[in-house]
Design a protein around this ligand. Sequence first.
Ligand SMILES: N[C@@H](CCC(=O)N[C@@H](CS)C(=O)NCC(=O)O)C(=O)O
Length: 211
Amino acid sequence: MIKIWGRKDGSNVVKAMWCVGELGLEHERIDWGGKFGGNDDPEYRRKNPMGRLPTLEEEDGFTLWESGPVVRYLCAKHSMGDLCPDTLQGRAEAEKWMDWSSLNLANFNGVFLDYFFRLPKDQRDPDVLKAAVERGAEMYDILEKVLADRPYLCGDKLTMAEIPAGSLTHRWLTWPDSHPSHPNVEAWYKRLAERPAYQEHVIKANNVPAK
Ligand SMILES: N[C@@H](CCC(=O)N[C@@H](CS)C(=O)NCC(=O)O)C(=O)O
């Protein structure tokens, strides 16, 4: 059975776990990092020298860190031709969205975590939040255009392209004051939210402050 090391509400753990859920893989998730600690545990550092989450561990001892490669690896191993497109160009397109989303949609996440969870109320700066929302909205303008003529990022069906973008979009759409309207993105999110694995590993796992 595979192991996933990482607290279930870490945005990068969410990606790995949604993937595991879509693939229906038997697994054990080990609470690690955040309030659970263990990041600097020497044995953990041997698996993941960054001490961060998630880390995948296969039964044969193979370990992999970095959520994007974990998702690519699991999809290529268990879902070639489905979640992992089996043409070179199809796969490259899916990987493009994965990298683009992790680089461009995640920026607001740290700002929102600070604003809504980490900072005392008197240190929360609405201008910093506003700037993050504006930057995020520009990125969602791009997704809005892509999703105008297709239900999923790479066409007619869900692929691994959705996993980073879809994981982060739950936070974007549900956190207070987070977004101007993007109807195509919202329709895509509703499609994702119908999936049992998304409900379990993205929606239920996230800790969203009350509006
Ligand atoms: N680029 C890495 C980032 C990993 C990362 O920063 N993970 C966060 C959780 S989402 C973490 O380990 N935070 C420290 C902690 O939770 O203890 C990836 O995509 O896996």
